[in-house]
Each structure stands twice: as structure tokens, then as C-alpha cells.
Design a protein around this ligand. Structure first.
Ligand SMILES: Cc1cc2nc3c(=O)[nH]c(=O)nc-3n(C[C@H](O)[C@H](O)[C@H](O)COP(=O)(O)OP(=O)(O)OC[C@H]3O[C@@H](n4cnc5c(N)ncnc54)[C@H](O)[C@@H]3O)c2cc1C
Length: 437
């Protein structure tokens, strides 16, 4: 009997696990279960819509999905259409690949005010994630504060200041594009608690900020050190990358603020202390910091920025799933290098937390496949057949990979000129298109 494996989640970590199992010499039957009709997790719904080449990796996932051993069960949510305990009864192994879909909070007063929108929601909105189609962000603010010094923060800042020519060839939804283009935004503040040396931007993303058609970067020369301090411990590679970032930031110094109609201000050493206003955001209060032993320590000097929109991009977490041992402090599943319990494994962000790039999930998938094949020499459970029965009896509407390819073709056909696709943004509309197809 084949070893029957259910992978919950069809992001990179889920697909890399399926690929590793399918390419192994073992006889495996692999089912990928995904709560949305569309696969690929954050490649579709997180990666910036104007970074299309990054999304090309999903073509490899199409090849994995086309393999005989692999079947895709889209629009099936574990916890809604089938529960984890049932899955564990049906499959020899279950792999959790459910990611970290929620925002970490800032932990400061006022962050529940209207006008504070976490990056998971904001990025989900412009990327057409069905959970966030109704977000309706109010962009009627000249100043916008993006909190965080990583690539997600820089993606958000960049998209807010691009013009039509720059946005049109992306797969940002038409609605989000028009909302951004009609917005009042002129000044985006990128707020980081620590300094340019500690910032997590990769250099390609940082350099892009200097090449925008209608936005000029602004930075105070005094905050940029001459070089990465010698006594700061890091790999040679990291040191080189950070030196590159410092060089890029130096190129931004002195560009006239009125050179272009919009500005992105790099505000380092600025820790958010309070979101100001009544029910709605009216501003943000920050404290100047200095970095001591790698940590941002307040100096007692405060300043405020007037804004009605604050977008924290300070990391992600999961709140788990019924039936998994959950490490609530870190927002991940308790696991021993991916092993969670007998026949239960974890990969990707739910295993490690929200770090790394798409490719970082590949070794996770390979490791899980290796562990499964070590732990389970032969299959004993019914797998796919039993799942199909439970889903049918629960009235679930399963979207298989061919259905997804139909939706994919539909989206491509609807694309505005120059864009790769126009995303269908609600589950009901996706199912409606399949009914009509
Ligand atoms: C905004 C943003 C931009 C990024 N940009 C880049 C980039 O440019 N380049 C890069 O290399 N990396 C980028 N990354 C990182 C990359 O996206 C992640 O490393 C990767 O997606 C993590 O993979 P994952 O499989 O763990 O999680 P995810 O990609 O989140 O996949 C999890 C999947 O599980 C599904 N799921 C969740 N719960 C259930 C359930 N109960 N039942 C069934 N299915 C479920 C979800 O719908 C989702 O499809 C970015 C991340 C973010 C947040």
C-alpha cells in the first residue's frame, strides 16, 4: 500500500513537501488540502504584485500538481470541512503547512483605532485575498506611516507611491490600483526602531526606492554610519549586504524633497509609543532611540507625525489550529525539527516562524519527506478515498487543480493591458466562474 500523506496548505512549504515526496523512490499518494480555491499561499497573496518574476516559482508547483501521485483539494478548510483528528485517522502522515497569516501586534496604546491596518490585511487587500476584499482602506491622508524595516514594509511603501504606468503591469487588483492612484498620499514615513545597519531590507528592494518615477527618497545623512561597526557579530555575507544598504542609503542623501511629487522618508531610531486620536487615528507619537547591544533604547526625546493611516509591518504569527500543540508565545506549532507528534509534521512558517525567503521552505519540505519515509515504512490508512467521502457527506465544494487552471486562464484573459492577470477576489465569484465554465 502507498504511504498516504495529507499536506494542509498549498504555499511554498506545502508544495516543496509534495515535490520531495513525489520525487522520492517510495510509493506515496499525496493530497494537498487548501482552504482557498487558489493555490500557492503567499506567492499569490503576499509577494508584491509588481514583483512578478518572484512569482514564477509557482510554475514548478504546477508541475508537481500535475504528477500522478498528487491531488489538490482546494476550497477545503481543515477545521471547517474536515477536522485535523479525522485527517490523522485517514492518513499515514499529515503535514501542517498552514503558514502564519496574522499580524504581530505593536503592543502600544491606540493600536485598535480605526486607521491602523496590519500588513497581513493591507497586503492581502491589494493582492486580492478573499479575506480582505472588503477592507476598504481610507487612503485620504497625505502622510502614511509604515512601521517596520523589512521587505514587507518597503513593498507597501513602494506600492503606495507608484504611478499608473508603474502599477499597471503588476497583478495588483484593479480596485486597489484605482484606490491608490486616487489617494491623497504624498509622504510615506518608514519607521524603524533601530538604525540602517539593523534594517532587514534586501538591497534590490531598497535600491528600487531610488528609481521611482514620482517619488523621491529622503534620509538624514547623520543617521548613516560610515560602515558596519567592526564589533557587530555577523557573517561576512551579512556584513557585505548591510554595507551595500548603507551605500544605497547614502545615494539617497540630499535629493531635493520637491524633486518629485511624493516622498518616502526613512525615519530610523524612531520607536512608536502611541497611536493618537479618538476612535480614528490622528497621528503617531514616537520616541527617539539609540541602539545598545542590538536593542533599541528610548532616549526620552519624543516627536509626532500627523496621519490618519498607520500600517504596521512588524511580522506575522499563527494562532494555531484545533488539535495541535501550540507555542503561543512564538505563534508556531511545538515541534522537534518538524516532527510534531506520531504521524504529524510541520513545515514552513508554522514550523519556524515567519522568516526567510520562498526557497527557505524547500529544505523544510525535504526534511519532512525524509522524516515521513523514515517513520512510516508502509502505508496502512485509506487516505484520499476516505477524505472524498467525508467531504461529500459534509457538502464541501472541492476545487481541483484543473479547476484552478481554468480560473488561472480566466484571470489571465481578464487582465488589463500589460498586466499578467486580473484576480478574481471572492470565493463565490471563483466558484461562479467554474460553474459557468
Ligand atoms: C507580504 C509578503 C511578501 C513576501 N515577499 C516575498 C518575496 O518577494 N520573495 C520571497 O522569497 N519571499 C517572500 N515572502 C515570504 C514567503 O512568502 C514565505 O516564505 C512563504 O510563503 C511561506 O510559506 P508557507 O507555506 O509556510 O506559508 P503560506 O505561503 O502562508 O501558505 C500557507 C497556506 O496554507 C493555507 N491554509 C491555512 N490554514 C489552512 C487550513 N486550516 N486548511 C487548509 N489550508 C490552510 C493558506 O490559505 C495558504 O495557502 C513574503 C511574505 C510576505 C508575508
Amino acid at each position: 500500500m502507498p504511504i498516504r500523506v495529507a499536506i494542509v496548505g498549498s504555499g511554498p512549504s506545502g508544495f516543496y513537501t509534495a515535490e520531495a515526496l513525489a520525487k522520492s523512490a517510495a510509493d506515496c499518494e499525496i493530497d494537498i488540502i487548501e482552504r482557498l480555491p487558489a493555490p500557492h499561499g503567499l506567492i499569490r497573496y503576499g509577494v508584491a504584485p509588481d514583483h512578478q518574476t518572484t512569482k514564477n516559482v509557482s510554475r514548478n508547483f504546477d508541475k508537481t500538481a500535475a504528477r500522478d501521485e498528487v491531488q489538490f483539494f482546494g476550497n477545503v478548510e481543515v477545521g471547517r470541512d474536515v477536522c485535523l483528528a479525522e485527517l490523522r485517522d485517514m492518513y499515514d502522515a499529515v503535514v501542517l503547512a498552514i503558514g502564519s497569516p496574522e499580524d504581530r501586534t505593536l503592543g502600544i496604546p491606540g493600536e485598535d483605532k480605526q486607521g491602523v491596518i496590519g500588513s497581513a490585511a493591507f497586503v492581502g487587500w491589494y493582492n486580492g485575498h478573499p479575506d480582505f476584499v472588503d477592507l476598504n482602506p481610507d487612503l485620504n491622508s497625505a502622510n502614511v506611516c509604515v512601521i517596520g524595516n523589512g521587505n514587507v514594509a518597503i513593498d507597501i511603501a513602494r506600492l503606495l507611491v507608484k504611478n499608473r504606468q508603474e502599477l499597471a503591469p503588476s497583478d495588483i487588483t484593479g480596485d486597489a490600483m484605482e484606490t491608490i492612484l486616487a489617494s491623497a498620499v504624498t509622504d510615506v514615513y518608514m519607521l524603524g526602531r533601530r538604525g540602517p545597519v539593523e534594517a532587514k531590507f534586501t538591497n534590490v528592494e531598497l535600491r528600487e526606492m531610488g528609481k521611482l518615477e514620482q517619488c523621491v527618497p529622503q534620509i538624514d545623512a547623520d543617521v548613516i554610519p560610515d560602515s558596519v561597526p567592526e564589533d557587530l557579530e555577523m557573517s561576512d555575507r551579512d556584513r557585505r549586504l548591510r554595507e551595500k544598504n548603507l551605500a544605497t542609503l547614502r545615494e539617497f542623501v540630499g535629493r531635493p524633497a520637491d524633486q518629485l511629487p511624493k516622498r518616502v522618508h526613512f525615519e530610523f531610531y524612531a520607536a512608536p509609543r502611541e497611536i493618537l486620536g479618538g476612535d480614528k487615528v490622528e497621528g503617531i507619537r514616537l520616541e527617539r532611540t539609540q541602539v545598545v547591544d542590538g536593542r533599541a533604547v528610548g532616549t526620552g526625546e519624543y516627536f509626532e507625525i500627523e496621519t490618519s493611516l498607520v500600517l504596521p509591518a512588524v511580522g506575522y504569527r499563527s494562532s494555531g489550529m484545533d488539535g495541535i500543540p501550540f507555542d503561543d508565545d512564538n505563534g508556531i506549532v511545538f515541534n522537534d525539527d518538524g516532527r510534531v507528534d506520531d504521524g504529524l509534521y510541520a513545515v514552513g512558517w508554522i514550523k519556524r516562524g515567519p522568516t526567510g525567503v520562498i526557497g527557505t521552505n524547500r529544505p523544510d519540505g525535504q526534511e519532512a519527506a525524509k522524516q515521513i519515509l523514515e517513520d512510516i515504512p508502509i502505508g496502512r490508512k485509506p487516505g484520499r478515498e476516505a477524505l472524498a467521502e467525508v467531504l461529500a457527506s459534509n457538502g464541501a465544494r472541492v476545487v481541483d487543480y484543473n479547476h484552478w487552471l481554468t480560473l488561472d486562464a480566466y484571470e489571465r484573459a481578464q487582465a488589463r493591458a500589460g498586466a499578467p492577470r486580473e484576480k478574481v477576489v471572492t470565493v463565490a465569484a471563483m466558484l461562479g466562474i467554474l460553474d459557468g465554465a
